[in-house]
Write a protein that binds this ligand. Structure first.
Ligand code: F6P
Length: 323
C-alpha cells in the first residue's frame, strides 16, 4: 500500500485542521496509508510521525491552530536537514508528502521535491501573500477577527472623540490591513505596498474630524515603513500642532487564533482534497490553490521566492469611501 504523510508548517492559520481532515479522509478513501507529522519539518527531520485514520481527524473541522503542531524550522534549509527528512520518509516507505503552509514552508516543499520526493503544497497563511492562490487558508478568518476588534474600538473612539492606530499582521504584505481597513470603514490605511507619510496620515485624521466625524481609525500593516509605533511617535512629537488624542492597539497573534469561518473551512477542505487528487494523478512538485474560483496546481518553482502583489487601487477606493 502506498503511504502519505501530511504536515503543517510555519505560522498556524485557522482552517489548517480542516485541510488535515480533508487530506486524511480523501487519502484513506483512495486506499493510502496516512501519517501525520508532528511539529512541521522539525518532526519530519526527527521522525515524529503518527498514524492517522478517519476517526483521528474527527471533531477538528471547527478548531483553530493545528492538531499536528507547527514550527519554523531552520534545519530544513540545510542539505543535512533535507537528507534527514528524505531518509525519514524512505525508512517508512512513504512516497507522498503534503505540506500545509505559507511561503517558507513551500520553499521547504520545493527543496524536497527537487530531491525526488512526491510533494504537494497546500496554500495556507493568514498573510495571503502566497503566489499560486488568490486566497490562502486563514486569511478570511484573520480579517474577521481584525474587523471585530475595529468595530469594538470604534465604540470607544466615538464616545471619547479619540483616534486609534490598529496594527494588523501580514508580514511584508498589506492584504490584511487593506481588507480590514475597507470592510471596517477606516479613515486611513497604511500598507507596505504604498508610500507612507506620517504627516499625510495626520492630515487624513484631522480632515476626518473637520468633516464632523467623532472618531478616526487608522489600520496599519505591521510591515509598513511607518508601523503603528512609528506613527504614534510622530503624532506624539507633533501633538501640539496636530491636536488629536490617539491610542495604539496592536492585534498581533489574536488574529491567528479562533475557529475558522465558513470561507476558510470550505477553502481548506477543497485544497486538502485537491492535494490528494494531485498526488493520485501522479502530479507533484506543485502547490494547490484557487484562482478565479477554480482549483489550480502551480509548480512550486513558480511559487517560491515570489509574493502576490496587492491591488493598490483598493486603497484609492478606501480613501473615497472614508469621506
Ligand atoms: O506569517 C504569519 C504571521 O502571523 C505574520 O503575519 C507575522 O508577521 C508572523 O507570522 C509572526 O510570526 P511568529 O508567530 O513566528 O512570531
Amino acid at each position: 500500500m502506498k503511504g502519505l504523510a501530511v504536515l503543517t508548517s510555519g505560522g498556524d492559520a485557522p482552517g489548517m485542521n480542516a485541510a488535515i481532515r480533508a487530506v486524511v479522509r480523501t487519502a484513506v478513501a483512495e486506499g493510502l496509508d496516512v501519517y501525520g507529522v508532528r511539529h512541521g519539518y522539525t518532526g519530519l527531520i526527527g521522525g515524529n510521525f503518527i498514524p492517522l485514520g478517519r476517526r483521528d481527524v474527527g471533531g477538528i473541522l471547527q478548531q483553530g491552530g493545528t492538531i499536528l503542531g507547527t514550527t519554523r524550522c531552520s534545519e530544513l534549509v540545510t542539505e543535512e536537514g533535507q537528507e534527514k527528512a528524505m531518509n525519514q520518509m524512505k525508512t517508512r516507505a512513504l512516497q507522498h508528502l503534503v505540506v500545509i503552509g505559507g511561503n517558507g514552508s513551500q520553499a521547504g516543499a520545493y527543496a524536497l521535491s527537487q530531491r525526488g520526493l512526491s510533494v504537494v503544497g497546500v496554500a495556507s497563511t493568514i498573510d495571503n501573500d502566497l503566489a499560486g492562490s488568490d486566497i490562502t487558508i486563514g486569511a478570511a478568518t484573520a480579517i474577521d477577527v481584525a474587523l471585530e476588534s475595529i468595530d469594538r474600538l470604534r465604540t470607544t473612539a466615538s464616545s471619547l472623540h479619540r483616534g486609534f492606530l490598529v496594527e494588523v499582521m501580514g508580514r511584508n504584505c498589506g492584504y490584511l490591513a487593506a481588507m480590514a481597513g475597507i470592510a471596517g470603514g477606516a479613515e486611513a490605511i497604511v500598507v507596505p505596498e504604498a508610500p507612507s507619510d506620517p504627516e499625510a496620515v495626520a492630515m487624513e485624521l484631522r480632515d476626518a474630524y473637520a468633516r464632523g466625524k467623532s472618531h478616526a481609525i487608522v489600520v496599519v500593516a505591521e510591515g509598513a515603513e511607518y508601523d503603528a509605533a512609528a506613527l504614534a511617535k510622530y503624532f506624539a512629537e507633533h501633538h501640539a500642532r496636530l491636536g488629536f488624542e490617539l491610542r495604539v492597539c496592536k492585534l498581533g497573534h489574536i488574529q491567528r487564533g479562533g475557529s475558522p469561518g465558513v470561507a476558510d473551512r470550505m477553502l481548506a477542505t477543497r485544497l486538502g482534497a485537491a492535494a490528494t487528487d494531485a498526488l493520485q494523478a501522479g502530479e507533484h512538485g506543485v502547490l494547490v490553490g484557487v484562482v478565479d474560483g477554480r482549483l489550480v496546481r502551480t509548480p512550486l518553482r513558480d511559487v517560491v521566492g515570489r509574493t502576490k502583489p496587492l491591488d493598490t487601487s483598493l486603497l484609492e477606493l478606501a480613501r473615497v469611501l472614508a469621506q
